[in-house]
Design a protein around this ligand. Sequence first.
Ligand code: AMP
Ligand code: MG
Length: 397
Amino acid sequence: MIEVSKALKIVKRETRPLGAERVALEHAVGRVLAEDIHADVDMPPFDRSQMDGYAVKAADTMAAPVTLGIVGESAAGQGWHKVLKTGEAVRIMTGAPIPAGADAVQKIELTTESNGVVSITEPTSVGKYIVYKGQEVKKGSKVLRAGEVISANNISIPAAFGYARVMVARRPRVAIISTGSEIVDVGRKPKRDQIRNSNSIMLKTLCEQAGAIARVFPIIGDDLSELKTQIKTAARGSDILITTGGVSVGKYDLTRLALKELGAECFFERLRLKPGKPTVFARLKKTLVFGLPGNPVSAAATFYLFVRKAILIMQGAVQCDLNNGTAIVSKPVRAPKERDAYLPAVLISESDGTLKADPLQWHGSSDFIGFAESDALISIPRGSAFDAGSPVPVLFL
Ligand code: AMP
Ligand code: MG
């Protein structure tokens, strides 16, 4: 049995970034940037008004209320390109350029306009309501770095600087196989002793969320020669192969044997981890193989810890691990002596500002219905226990 931290290092060591490709920006959401994004212009590109109002010389408003003659108008997209002189004002709109000679804006609410003159009711000051050229970003600076995931929050950055197409990492191709003679397709009515395949679609969804292209292969029964044939087929042309089931110590747990007989190099097969002790990590030719336990919660937890990391490393992501933090645990929790525990939990933000982690009342690693509510894993080092009310490390799902 090896430590989880060691297993994570091995996954990192064995995983290589894939190549990159250029895609239209609108297709880049969820993809990992493979180039730095630089500003091709200052932002803002000109001194810009933050308000609707009047561009003036601040000194002219010191003795407000004062009356200034309106000499023009600066609208967004259509500035006023003469020079403002003492005693003058230019009507200006939000986003419009500040005319030369003006050094301040007074907002429309503190003015009244009639017959070509504006009365400024309160003084303004130099720089008021002006965002200066380059104040937000200077031309040439790096505004987004390679390795960041394009999201709704940051996609306006490449858009603003002209990246109609961006370089992104190639999406890892992941093959998914559920194994087990009891497993039947979702569309089938299970006969006696059978259960439906809930793992494949869950793993496909998790892979896609991490940026991969996932393909589900047919279910394989617990039969060595069938396992070998199908594993070989699925691994071909895939960057990653995920199997579930058949990695325990039962008579029909044949995944490891199949991998070994196919000549796969096995990096680990037993972890000091709960859930997920019998997790296998191997390489078959160029394909990384993750043999996850069949129990749905173990499969999900080990995906989050190991496979997700590999998928993100392949894409050159800067952040390849789940976000972590601290929460106050609501019940006593403990880990076994031999294994680090990752306990599914629901996070609750309390009105006093604390983040509470409520460990799930679940029925073990097969309880995917209980697991569905969780949005975090409480991480408990082996042999340790936390009392209710104590801070615990959590991974955010
Ligand atoms: P195994 O890892 O093969 O020992 O399976 C552990 C448990 O997970 C057994 O109860 C299996 O029936 C269940 N299981 C295995 N594969 C799947 C699957 N694809 N979908 C749902 N449950 C599964
Ligand atoms: Mg099985």
